[in-house]
Design a binder for this molecule. Structure first.
Ligand code: FE2
Length: 206
């Protein structure tokens, strides 16, 4: 399996505010088929990276607008369905109205390139936040649940700092320490590197 990353730029909007963001879009699979994770901001750039390979699905880590608002258009362009945890339905509806999605559940698996993609529900940044574990690749697509330098933001509506810390401690930090963490924004890190700093993150409160 190969993990391709495309960095795209646009706006994140919530609670009446608006911020410029760069998003990491991941395309995972091989020459025969791919999944697209969080197709943000620029479908043409993503289509170039897909390079005419069949798209099996659009996987969303959560329903903040920067991650999800192009998902319905991506679904149409690539002929695939959108997968999202249903606890993010209120955020999805703010961005995309009644556009359809297929509900994800904890521990659900997808297959591509003969390898598993496992879904873990990791709420806190949003109620329906998930991460996608690629055990054979020793990689975790962490969305906005974990970044290099700490957990995702929990200052805005539907977020909860205590809940994100539980998701890190009870789910993500049980993965092998060498697991590469590929987040929704910014640089990659590892499970072990972040787990080593959890007390510091809890103490500072973000
Ligand atoms: Fe987010």
């Amino acid at each position: 399996m190969k993990i391709d990353k495309v960095i795209t730029s646009g706006k994140f909007r919530l609670d009446g505010g608006e911020w410029d963001v760069n998003n990491n879009v991941y395309i995972i699979g091989d020459a025969s088929a791919v999944y697209i994770v969080d197709p943000a901001h620029d479908l043409d750039a993503i289509e170039d990276a897909v390079a005419k390979r069949p798209v099996r699905g659009i996987l969303l880590t959560h329903a903040h607008n920067d991650h999800c608002e192009l998902a319905p258009a991506a679904a149409e362009r690539f002929g695939a369905e959108v997968y999202l945890h249903p606890d993010d339905a209120p955020l999805w509806e703010e961005a995309n109205g009644d556009a359809p999605f297929v509900p994800l559940s904890d521990n659900e698996q997808f297959q591509v390139s003969g390898e598993a993609i496992t879904v873990f529900h990791t709420p806190g940044h949003t109620p329906g936040g998930v991460v996608f574990h690629l055990p054979t690749e020793k990689a975790l697509l962490s969305g906005d649940t974990l970044f290099k330098g700490g957990p995702g933001a929990t200052g805005r509506k539907y977020s909860d700092f205590d809940v994100i810390i539980e998701s890190l401690r009870n789910v993500i930090f049980h993965l092998p320490p060498a697991t590469r963490v590929l987040p929704g924004h910014g640089e990659e890190t590892t499970v072990g590197e972040e787990a080593a700093h959890i007390d510091e993150y809890v103490k500072r409160g973000y």
